[in-house]
Design a protein around this ligand. Structure first.
Ligand code: PLP
Length: 427
């Protein structure tokens, strides 16, 4: 295939007519396909179905220290569950607090608490004139929704192949006391699938923010979510690096079992320094008498340990890998050589991120919707939904069946091609 930019006007017009016809044919099929959200598919959920059998009315619901999990108590989570979640994100169990069913909820809580009560004795953020936040882009839309909800001013930070632009981050946090945090998805990032390099992690650990209440929100949502056994990314452990750099309180590290067991019915955890834990537990002890220990026990009895989790993640990968491979195959077949788009080929996580020629993404997403394919909203991966180049499209291959995915990816690729041709024709 020749680059579209090398096509003559007559060739472009012929291509436009051909692609329009093909898309009309797809539209006539009346499909209803969804590649919008990174949800596990029913076959993945079935992998954890027998977790429902490990507890029953006949089973002793005491945890290993004898605590009756049916009753109140044990605010920070049962020890065996701390060990399990700690192993998943490679920290000591004594650095972990176990929460409820959603890590996003824990992130929201951290910001909410900082707003009303400050961080370890600092001025509550709501009493400050301005609070700012660094947002590596493209990033996770729900992160940006939280900071936007609290009226926090968001600053875009470009992502590179090895993580966010550290020169910019170091400069901004050193000079501006209003900057209180940064969103990071350091492994198999949402949506780029990037894992931060050792050098990026070291530079994060050594940050010298002007604001003493600055925290790195290290959302390790995809720590064990590899797609392959032979190609896996490695991420340095940030809490360790912060300690070694003399910055032990700099980071809140989040995780959950959402895409290991059941999204929305899993277990979330936060790992941080002892001082941060004490600060957080003060609020937590007012907020709740304790989270769901029965679910904690259920997860521990089902997975047992990190080996159990890893075995389960290989089963997830066996379902997900063919889907990611199919999307890659169709995109290469349809787009190679056209210059219409580039896209990522991650080793893990839940997304493929596509970059179209500038000014095309919103139109492509609208055209796909017209043909029955729902994609994540245009601009969603940017603060305030503003993609400055209008070029990012997030593809979530996990939920549709292989057949649906094949159809949806073809419609996406044809739409990308048509919109690129239309731009070149000056439409
Ligand atoms: N963090 C990231 C980066 C995600 O992609 C997601 C879900 O897609 C979440 C957090 C949500 O996690 P939870 O279900 O624990 O709230």
């Amino acid at each position: 295939m020749k680059l579209y930019s090398d096509f003559s006007r007559t060739e472009l017009e012929a291509e436009r007519d051909l692609l329009s016809r093909q898309l009309e044919e797809w539209k006539a099929k009346g499909l209803k396909l969804n590649m919008a959200r990174g949800k596990p598919c029913p076959e993945q959920l079935a992998l954890s179905q027998t977790m429902m059998d490990v507890l029953s009315s006949k089973v002793d619901l005491s945890c290993e220290d004898g605590t009756d999990c049916r009753n109140y108590g044990v605010l920070g989570g049962i020890e065996e569950c701390k060990r399990l979640l700690a192993a998943i994100i490679e920290v000591d169990p004594d650095k972990i607090i176990i929460f409820g069913n959603s890590s996003l909820n824990v992130m929201y809580e951290c910001i909410s608490r900082s707003m009303t009560h400050g961080v370890m004795g600092s001025t509550p953020w709501m009493k400050l004139d301005r609070v700012k936040w660094l947002c590596p882009v493209p990033g996770y839309d729900r992160h940006f929704a939280i900071t936007e909800y609290f009226g926090i001013e968001m600053i875009n930070i470009p992502m590179h192949a090895d993580g966010p632009d550290m020169d910019m981050i170091e400069r901004l946090v050193a000079e501006d006391e209003a900057i209180k945090g940064i969103w990071c998805v350091p492994k198999y990032s949402n949506p780029d699938g990037i894992t931060y390099s050792d050098s990026v992690v070291h530079r994060f650990a050594k940050l010298q923010p002007k604001a003493k209440d600055f925290r790195i929100y290290w959302d390790n949502a995809y720590s064990v979510h590899h797609l392959r056994a032979d190609k896996q990314d490695f991420l340095l452990e940030i809490l360790n690096e912060c300690e070694r750099a003399g910055n032990p309180d700099l980071v809140y590290k989040f995780t959950s079992t959402s895409k290991i067991s059941f999204p929305g019915s899993g277990i979330a955890a936060l790992a941080c320094s002892r001082a941060n834990q004490a600060d957080i537990m003060r609020q937590m002890s007012i907020q709740t008498i304790g989270y769901d220990k029965v679910n904690q026990l259920r997860h521990v009895r089902f997975f047992r340990d990190l080996y159990g989790v890893r075995a389960q993640m290989y089963r997830h990968a066996d379902i997900l890998r063919p889907k990611f491979e199919l999307v890659q195959r169709v995109l290469h077949e349809q787009l190679d050589g056209t210059g219409a788009a580039v896209w990522t080929d991650p080793h893990g996580g839940y997304f493929i991120s596509m970059t179209t020629t500038p000014g095309c993404a919103a139109a492509v997403i609208a055209r796909c919707a017209d043909c029955g394919v729902t994609l994540t909203q245009a601009g969603a991966a940017y603060p305030y939904h503003r993609d400055p180049d209008d070029s990012n499209i997030r593809i979530a291959p996990s939920f549709p069946s292989l057949e649906e995915l094949d159809q949806a990816t073809r419609i996406l690729a044809l739409s990308v091609r048509l919109e690129t041709v239309l731009r070149l024709l000056g439409v």
